[in-house]
Write a protein of this length. Structure first.
Length: 274
């Protein structure tokens, strides 16, 4: 088996992957640091696959899994995607954004993956393919836990899809870290709000880095629908956030601090969107 392969079409890539275990390489911004001094074993480089590139807006949104964060940040997208674009501009340094991909961010399945909360507010689904066919999964069914996904052997994440119904309203994203730039999130939040005549008609809120997987705050979302847009932040407390998230303790912050921080981030998002 060739140690390194960079096929030019998806069919060849899937055939190579089905022949044996290969590490899938896109931007490498998670793969290389995790490999240590040497990247062992056969590698499948997917950066030359046209099916995995680009942002297409047509009856919904499709983002190829190998599309970089810099490309997402620069794309002409509806206001509902502002949260995702704000996250794209805060993932690492510019060098990381130029090579790091949305698919890699999802497959790495870090609790602190900045791309996940805004995608959850967009009801995102992932498109998965093997040599024998394809399937789609809601994003919250794809990421199962820290560093754990529903990706099956021989399967590649091909694209992320956002339904047309989730392209309404306006989105936003905020994160908290130990410094202003180049930081792993202690807590982050994203929101998308649809408003008609000053009243909220739809709301989607997600928090990441505060629990083993990023989560939608569905109870809070339901409470916001029908509320005047200027009162949204009043609905958010650390207690309601903590109940929804089951916050985690780690070297970056305690669970209690994360609950307080997440509540503050959500309040700031809702004030900004108002």
């Amino acid at each position: 088996m060739t140690a390194y392969a960079r096929p030019a079409d998806l069919e060849t890539a899937l055939a190579l992957l089905s022949d044996g275990a290969r590490r899938v390489l896109a931007g490498g911004t998670d793969l290389y640091p995790g490999a240590g001094a040497q990247l062992d074993g056969p590698v499948l480089d997917i950066t030359a696959l046209p099916a995995l590139k680009g942002v297409t807006l047509k009856q919904g949104l499709r983002i190829g899994a190998a599309t970089t964060w810099a490309e997402i940040a620069a794309a002409d997208l509806p206001p509902a995607l502002q949260g995702l674009q704000q996250a794209a501009r805060q993932i690492g340094a510019r060098q990381v954004q130029n090579v790091g991909s949305i698919g890699g961010n999802l497959c790495n399945a870090s609790p602190a993956a900045d791309g996940v909360p805004p995608l959850l507010t967009l009801d995102a689904e992932v498109e998965l393919c093997t040599r024998d066919g394809g399937r789609t999964l809601p994003l919250d069914k794809f990421i199962l836990g820290p560093r754990k996904t529903a990706l099956a052997p021989g399967e590649i994440l091909v694209a992320v899809h956002v339904p047309a119904t989730a392209l309404a309203g306006r989105g936003a994203f905020l994160k908290l870290g130990a410094r202003a730039y180049l930081v792993i999130s202690i807590a982050m939040a994203s929101a998308r709000v649809v408003v008609s005549q000053g009243i909220v008609t739809d709301a989607a809120i997600a928090v990441g880095a505060a629990s083993p997987v990023a989560r939608r705050l569905t109870q809070l979302e339901r409470a916001l629908i029908g509320a005047p847009v200027g009162t949204l932040a009043d609905q958010v407390t650390a207690e309601t956030i903590s109940t929804a998230l089951d916050p985690i303790d780690d070297v970056r912050a305690t669970a209690g601090y994360r609950a307080e921080a997440a509540a503050e981030l959500v309040q700031r998002l809702l004030r900004g969107l108002a």
